[in-house]
Design a protein around this ligand. Structure first.
Ligand code: GLC
Ligand code: CA
Length: 513
């Protein structure tokens, strides 16, 4: 069962390269995050997820780990990370690191040993076929790169050989069972990495590709789930408050495997994508629910979401995200007025929400050449825009030395530019999160129920005893409520109440008691 602090947790995701550069070398760092903790707190975020900050050749932005126990020099030192944990805790902020269990960098010492012709402790730490010219059953593989006669399986890019947690259904002699001592040794090594950071003050992990461990697993991921349950048992004994959030996307599986929360991932055509990023269709038209007058029915979201929520019930949380380092920033297609309603919705739903850095000011998606394996993701990873100063306040370095360029447009949104303006996106995010922290009914555990999902009416839903109404369209929409409500606690735009008749003006939102 989930750690109790999750019930009012709101996460802020930080891509460390791009948040704040404290020493003027052009790239963000851990001390930079520490300097901005008060800002993060002022948003109403009380928990952080930091993308991988470990030693790495950075061919996939750090998801290619070379040393799990060492902070990458460009971000600082292990001591800096421990200081960040401590400083965050003093302010009531929890910190999750990113755990990459499925693969390492091809430069990890385990892999360098594993490649050797002579058998050694790490020979079976990765998945190898048993002959140099040999297919790998449809899995991506590399051959011709090692002394060892065999090909190795990849988990993602070429630089990311898959760690060996064994196979459920085995069809080849080189496929070890999940209970083979070598597969168990991989799992034990992972536990040790987790202990290493948890014992130094880390509060848990966001787990990368968490469903990818045991190969040839059943569709229900029973074998991979068994590995996680074993890891969870260790945590329950040694670090009972530790939190695990999975990149898995199937909460009915992941939460039963011991995760506390699972992301509702941006998969084309799923409920989440119909809300925000429904534009990759044949005609290139945007049918996202939150796109003014283009969205259609909320039921496209609810049909999928309610199934997820049901699968999560009693086991943990579904995490709604504004975006992440892999998705296109919302501002690419949504205007500020639309974004306000998006955040109003995401931050009043059950589960544990995640805000991606910069989304609170509506940072744009920039068209940029790929950096560190980012490809089309690169445009969502640009430096945080703090002020109108040099490099928009991100760094004192020369602009050509920046990790990625900052938004060069005249109207690039910044924190300083929005602070103090009660109508800004930033102020709206702060107001919404403050409301969430005040009202238990808006937090993770309170019940959710859809009240009105009919076309041409506002979408009305209940959280606990509160009633919420949303109208992303350009017309006033009205509904007669089946119960009495009295006063509005919070509004974006305007909602008018006449007895039980509720009219929600264009692009408006209201929370009613
Ligand atoms: C996850 C990460 C992504 C990374 C991939 C491989 O999807 O979010 O950024 O490239 O895993 O580790
Ligand atoms: Ca720096």
């Amino acid at each position: 069962m989930a750690a109790t602090w999750l019930s009012d947790a709101v996460f802020y995701e930080i891509y460390p390269q791009s948040f704040y550069d404290s020493n003027g070398d052009g790239i963000g760092d851990l001390n930079g995050i520490r300097e901005k903790l008060d800002y993060i707190k002022s948003l109403g975020c009380n928990s952080l997820w930091i993308n991988p900050c470990y030693d790495s050749p950075f061919k996939d932005a750090g998801y290619d780990v070379r040393d799990y126990r060492k902070v990458a020099a460009r971000y600082g030192t292990n001591e800096d990370l421990i200081q960040l944990f401590n400083a965050a805790h003093e302010k009531g902020i929890r910190v999750l690191l990113d755990l990459v269990p499925g693969h390492t960098s091809e430069e990890h010492p385990w892999f360098l040993e594993s490649k050797k012709a002579e058998r050694n402790e790490y020979s079976d730490r990765y998945i190898w076929t048993d002959f140099w010219i040999c297919g790998a059953q449809g899995m991506p593989y590399i051959s011709g790169e090692s002394e060892r006669s065999g090909a190795y399986i990849l988990n993602f890019f070429k630089c990311q050989p898959a760690l060996n947690y064994g196979f459920l259904h085995r069809t080849e002699p080189w496929q070890l069972p999940a209970n083979h001592p070598a597969a168990i040794a991989t799992r034990e090594a992972l536990k040790d990495i987790m202990r290493f950071w948890l014992s130094r003050g880390c509060d848990g992990f966001r787990v990368d590709m968490a469903d990818s461990l045991v190969k040839n697993d059943d569709a229900d991921k029973s074998a991979t789930s068994a590995v996680w349950r074993d890891i969870r048992r260790m945590l329950d004994l040694e670090f009972p408050e530790a939190v695990l959030v999975s990149e898995w996307g199937r909460p009915h599986q992941s939460l039963r495997a011991g995760f506390d929360a699972d992301f509702y991932l941006d998969w084309r055509g799923n409920g989440y994508s119909t809300l925000l990023r429904d534009y990759e269709n044949h005609a290139g038209e945007d049918h996202s629910y939150f796109k003014k007058d283009a969205g259609g029915s909320i039921n496209r979201f609810l049909d999928d979401y309610l199934r997820l929520l049901d699968g999560a019930k009693g086991h943990g949380y579904v995490s709604l995200i504004t975006g992440n380092h892999d998705t296109v920033r919302l501002r690419k297609t949504l205007e500020e007025a639309e974004l306000k309603l998006v955040y109003a919705f995401l931050f009043t739903m059950p589960g544990v929400p995640f805000l991606y850095y910069g989304d609170e000011i509506g940072m744009r998606y920039l068209e940029l050449p790929t950096k560190e394996g980012g490809y089309t993701r690169t445009g969502s990873r640009t430096p945080m825009q703090w002020s109108s100063g040099k490099n928009l306040g991100f760094s004192s370095s020369e602009p050509e030395k920046l990790y990625l360029p900052v938004d060069a447009s005249d109207d690039a949104p910044t924190v300083a530019g929005q602070e103090g303006d009660p109508d800004s996106l930033l102020s709206t995010v702060r107001a919404l999160l403050a409301l969430r922290h005040r009202e238990k009914d808006l937090q993770a555990d309170a019940a959710f129920r859809a009240v009105c999902t009919e076309p041409d009416k506002p979408f009305v839903y209940r959280r606990g005893e509160l009633t919420l109404a949303l109208n992303p369209s350009g017309r006033t929409l009205s509904v007669t409520l089946p119960f009495d409500v009295s006063k509005a606690l919070y509004q974006i735009g305007e909602a008018e109440l006449d007895g039980r008749r509720l009219s929600v003006l264009p692009q408006s939102f209201a929370v009613l008691r």
